[in-house]
Ligand binder design. Sequence first.
Ligand SMILES: Nc1ncnc2c1ncn2[C@@H]1O[C@H](COP(=O)(O)OP(=O)(O)O)[C@@H](O)[C@H]1O
Ligand SMILES: [Mg+2]
Length: 263
Amino acid sequence: MKKIAVITCKGGTGKTTTAINLAHCLAMSGKRTLLVDCDGQANVGMAFNVQPQKGLAELLTTGDVEITSLRPNLYFIDSGGTRIVETELYLARQTDREQRLKRVLANLRGTDYVICDCPPAINLINMNVLNYVDGVVIPVSMDFFACEGAKKTLKLLDDLYEKIGHRVELLGILATFFDTRTKISKSIYNQLLTEYGDKLFSTKIRINTQLKEAQMLFKTVFEHAPYSNGALDYFLFTKEIANHRENGVPVEAKQDETQAWMT
Ligand SMILES: Nc1ncnc2c1ncn2[C@@H]1O[C@H](COP(=O)(O)OP(=O)(O)O)[C@@H](O)[C@H]1O
Ligand SMILES: [Mg+2]
């Protein structure tokens, strides 16, 4: 089982969109995938039109949870919405405050991937997620603040390793909101390439309105617009995740595999 957080200390960088479409693409490829919404904004539930229920808030406090089936092979734990704020207060009083998620999900079986959609914060929920996952994907929209958010997130991973010896692997930095027409997108992408080298995913997620439309229609991009740039980009990105080797080198998806999927 591979446990992955989509996380960065900056809002609006495409975390939720990435988590949803990555999870659905993995599920469509036959991998049993559990999507966990760790953000009080509860955007994942909204995007699938699922009403709030016993979610992460309940799981972290009582150990009780409801797992919803969203699509074939795709399962979901919602965040519990604003109740997650009370959960943070509750966690703050516990001795295992940063290890709860790891403990309550320790017996999870029969799942190939767990994908956690995280809030853009340094809080106890995210510390629980980082203590639980093996690796992170850091989405960087093509702007300066997002680059800084990525740095802050990487620092958090280093601090965690220093503090408790838990090494969370950087699966990669994902360029999102890439605008092929602008110089700024190219320049920030090149900057990321210089800084992170092969830790930058080869796939760039281009700006694509159909990604937005899909969420309004309670669909993933693969259901709403399977031939769109958004679907293609998220397919190629998912291939990189699926091909990821233990030595930490992301493998570029091959174009001919894309063609096979698109036909
Ligand atoms: N590549 C993209 N092209 C166009 N719109 C996008 C793209 N990625 C995300 N969006 C839209 O931008 C907004 C913020 O994205 P979201 O995934 O919610 O970011 P975050 O979870 O990091 O706050 C949403 O309305 C989403 O539909
Ligand atoms: Mg979000």
